[in-house]
Design a protein around this ligand. Structure first.
Ligand SMILES: Nc1ncnc2c1ncn2[C@@H]1O[C@H](COP(=O)(O)OP(=O)(O)OP(=O)(O)O)[C@@H](O)[C@H]1O
Length: 309
């Protein structure tokens, strides 16, 4: 199966102060699978996601495709020859980051096809209408501007725009963060349905553990630019090895999605309440000498001593 693979990726932002936002991260997003990237604010999730989407250059490491296409990949719509190279699209946290306020839904959704050189207007219109239907929006929406859409509708348009050119991987950067619970739940169901139908791979950055539970096959926990723990979703959610991951999962995120959820604060609070430190090996996570260790098939954790906690 073809997978988008990031190997030993690092991103350093060099402004007035250097920020090593991503350090030695390796991950793989197979077609048809969802990889969730979780961790506190500033841990490097968005920087990693932007690298995968081709919006951020790597300082070190590499990105590429491994494996052979297994032939199960189906394009959502037929739009003529747009080539056979793997493609990545991105859905941002706020739909207004994906959609131009002046553009109609039709124009926004068609834009990736135009960029790929599709000139056939009828084929483009059919593709746009078809993909909008797939995300649950009918033809009435074609001429609307973003201000005439609800948050949930606008995010559906952003998903349609991401899918119209049959990408192999879609990067979802906190796609439900701006939505209320019911709309959030419906969008996750739509994303799951689209993945089943088309075999698209998702890299999802999220603070929302219910979205992780419903959509993700694999969870990667990031801490200070590094992967701290990775594994199958059911293992990470039910039997996390690292106390930081446990704090991340046990904490109940705020009902109000506008409130930022800070699992590091949760970990600090837990430490205060229980009298134990959140991590039994303080400093280990920033120690370059300690890498991820496989403690069970597919389950890796940065410092094995933490499994005894
Ligand atoms: N363009 C930039 N220039 C300089 N520093 C940046 C830039 N983008 C991000 N950073 C810094 O890099 C680090 C990682 O940021 P990043 O946005 O990747 O984390 P994150 O886990 O996605 O956080 P959040 O959940 O708040 O979006 C942070 O310290 C952030 O301040």
């Amino acid at each position: 199966m073809r997978a988008l693979t990031l190997t030993d990726a690092s991103v350093i932002y060099s402004g007035r102060t250097k920020v090593h936002a991503v350090q030695g991260v390796s991950l793989s997003i197979p077609e048809g699978c969802t990889v969730a990237l979780v961790g506190e604010s500033g841990s490097g999730k968005s920087s990693t996601a932007r690298v995968v989407a081709g919006l951020q250059q790597l300082t070190a490491g590499s990105i590429g495709w491994t494996g052979e296409p297994d032939g199960t990949f189906t394009a959502p719509v037929a739009v003529g020859d747009i080539g056979d190279r793997p493609r990545v699209q991105m859905v941002f946290q706020h739909p207004d980051q994906s959609l131009d306020p002046m553009w109609s839904v039709r124009r926004s959704v068609a834009e990736p096809l135009r960029r790929l050189g599709v000139k056939d207007r009828d084929a483009t219109e059919t593709a746009v209408v078809t993909v909008l239907e797939k995300v649950g929006l009918d033809g009435d929406f074609l001429d609307r501007r973003p201000r005439e859409l609800s948050g949930g509708q606008a995010q559906r348009v952003a998903v349609a725009r991401a899918l119209v050119a049959s990408p192999n991987v879609v990067v979802l950067d906190e796609p439900t963060a701006s939505l209320d619970q019911t709309v959030r739940s419906r969008l996750i169901a739509t994303l799951a349905g689209l993945q089943d139908e088309f075999g698209t791979g998702y890299l999802m950055v999220t603070h929302d553990m219910s979205s992780v539970q419903r959509l993700a096959d694999t969870v990667l926990v990031m801490y200070r630019g590094r992967l701290l723990e990775t594994g199958p979703t059911e293992v990470i959610l039910s039997a996390p090895a690292h106390p930081y991951t446990r704090a991340l999962i046990d904490a109940v995120p705020p009902i109000d999605p506008r409130v930022r959820w800070d699992p590091a604060a949760v970990a600090r609070d837990m430490a205060g309440v229980s009298g134990a430190t959140a991590c039994p090996v303080p400093g280990a996570c920033t120690d370059h000498g300690i890498g991820l260790v496989e403690i069970a098939p597919g389950h890796r954790v940065r410092c094995t001593t933490t499994t005894q906690a």
